[in-house]
Design a protein around this ligand. Structure first.
Ligand SMILES: Nc1nc2c(c(=O)[nH]1)N[C@@H](CN(C=O)c1ccc(C(=O)N[C@@H](CCC(=O)O)C(=O)O)cc1)CN2
Length: 303
């Protein structure tokens, strides 16, 4: 197995998985296939992004989504709405996008303002356009192992783990965190790779001991540097999903400095899993466009 250039071997330290470089490679693959698909169907794949409110981080993420969608040769439609938008109005916007044949993918940026029920809003999205993979239909397909659009961040984790380790069959993956966005789908996606999966959470007993048995450790708890170096099995692949803003800057859920001396592979924060979220989103938009137009493509995440 040849090591891709976004995985950097370092003497005496864990190999660094550079998610920024990895996502650039995926974006290029998506761009090439998107151009070929556009030539066949007579239009470019199109992603509609809906942003409600003024959460500063969400604005950054949406700006990056728009920029990278356009850079990959796809059309980006952006819908910004104020914080006091009613849930019914938001659902009406989603339904308009469902009905628009030129829109292939719909994404409602999370978190939504507290007065909205995010589940009701997500369920309004046509599953064929659910590029976030968050509707009950997409989740059900994942549970069944049926084809479908998979959630972006956990798909990025699996893709990177495969690039780093090759076949994941039989490896023990411990996922810490049971969110709908990351933890639960990550557990199912690693199971799909024939891993033995433990889904750990805030009530898990002796979490450090559970983590020490992981060949692949996915930290998705949202608590700065909660995972300590002595929780990590020597040589393990550590995927840090956390993005925590602290006085010391942006840090992950893993204490990176001490952990890179123990792990075999590790993702940094920033520049690790985060950028992969958008790369998978673009791949999902391409897949949705192909499926909606009855065209065949090579899945950029399988290549
Ligand atoms: N509808 C969705 N909402 C949210 C999702 C999602 O997948 N779908 N995920 C997160 C936010 N997110 C994408 O939306 C996202 C988070 C982080 C990054 C990223 O590249 N982070 C950088 C750091 C950037 C910074 O915050 O300064 C990194 O880790 O290097 C991209 C996308 C919640 N909402």
């Amino acid at each position: 197995m040849t090591t891709p250039d976004f995985i950097r071997h370092r003497e005496g330290l864990a190999s660094l998985i550079d998610g920024k470089l990895a996502s650039a490679a995926l974006d290029s693959a998506v761009a090439a296939q998107s151009a070929a698909l556009a030539a066949r169907i007579g239009r470019k794949p199109c992603l509609a992004v809906v942003l409600v409110g003024d959460d500063p981080a969400s604005h950054v993420y949406v700006r990056n989504k728009v920029r990278r969608t356009e850079a990959a040769g796809m059309i980006s439609q952006e819908f910004r709405r104020p914080d006091d938008l009613g849930e019914a109005e938001l659902i009406a916007l989603v339904e308009t996008l469902n009905a628009d044949p030129a829109v292939d993918g719909i994404l409602v940026q999370m978190p939504l303002p507290a007065h909205m029920d995010a589940r009701r809003v997500v369920e309004a999205i046509d599953p064929a356009k659910d590029v976030d993979g968050l509707t009950a239909t997409s989740a059900g397909r994942l549970v069944l192992g049926a084809d479908g659009l998979r959630p972006c961040t956990p798909s990025g984790c699996v893709w990177l783990a495969r690039q780093a380790l090759g076949d994941l069959s039989g490896l023990h993956t411990v996922v810490i965190g049971r969110s709908i966005l990351v933890g639960k789908p990550a557990a199912l996606l690693f199971l799909e790779q024939d891993c033995t999966v433990t889904l750990a959470h805030s009530r898990t007993r002796d979490l450090p001991e559970v983590c020490r048995s992981a060949d692949i450790l996915v930290a998705a708890v949202g608590r700065p540097e909660m995972v300590k170096a002595d929780w990590i099995k020597p040589g393990a692949c550590v995927l840090d999903v956390g993005i925590n803003r602290t006085d010391a800057g942006l840090v992950g859920d893993v204490a990176f400095g001490p952990s890179e001396k123990i792990a075999g592979h590790i993702t940094p924060v920033p520049g690790g899993i985060g950028p992969m979220t958008i790369a998978v989103l673009l791949a999902n938009t391409l897949k949705a466009a192909a499926a909606r137009t009855g065209e065949k493509i090579t899945d950029p995440l399988r290549g």
